[in-house]
Ligand binder design. Sequence first.
Ligand SMILES: [Zn+2]
Length: 289
Amino acid sequence: MTGKTYKVEEISGPKLDTLDRDRTIIVIPFGMLEFHGPHLPYGTDLFENEAITEKLIEIVSKEDPTIDIVLYPTVPAGVFGIENLSPSRFPTIGSFVIRPETMSALIVDMSANFARFGFRHIVIVSFHGAPEHCTAINQGADEAAKAYSIAVLPIMSYVFFPLFFGGEYIEKFNNRLKSKLSAEEKEALRRFIHAEAFETSAMLYLKPHLVDDSYKTLKPVVFDYDKMFEELKKLSDWEGYVGIPSRSRAEIGEAVISVVGEECADLLLRWYRGENLTEVRRYPEGLNV
Ligand SMILES: [Zn+2]
């Protein structure tokens, strides 16, 4: 039997019911609508998340054709917008947010449906790195897993630590590129915080018509990670990005989406095959913010 991907909104109940519960993985993507500086749209995380999810599904289907995947429509919801790091700069407008408890409850309620239909493997994909957001997702996933005796994987929480800290993925990005990273581009990618070189490159690749040309001249906003929260609170003329957006190009965007998608696929398969992921550090647990 060869596995397939089904979009929930495109299949009937009887069709869903034919799927082998032990060989089906439910994928629920969440796309935050967040303020992303003067140059990127609200849907930046949502578009990145859709592209990463697509890559993840493509790889998993290829690696194990016996798996069926049921893909839920992207839920445009998330916790904590970047403006909260310096609220005085954003007196009237910012991100579209929901409360952490709403986020957790959404995950529990959505998981409940699939559990009720007999499905046992649920993956939550949400490419929005606010610690408050990831904590709400982790809590919802843990609560659903416990309540319904199913497995719920908040997959990005296992990818964010190596992605955000220490530049572990930089060489993986570089290996994909025909035109290799310059020292400045490597430094910009290491500064992976918000609406910076990673995200601007991703959007130049995915939705170039939605990227404002002003990114080319935006000044670097750079802090050491452990001082960032304090420093941002002091800024009075902050434009809502952190990092070096001017060092962006579409080819880098293609590479970063591929690498993150591959890391996710690797994690998903390890989890599906029963590996205990407790050894992998889960973001933001243990992070001092
Ligand atoms: Zn973002």
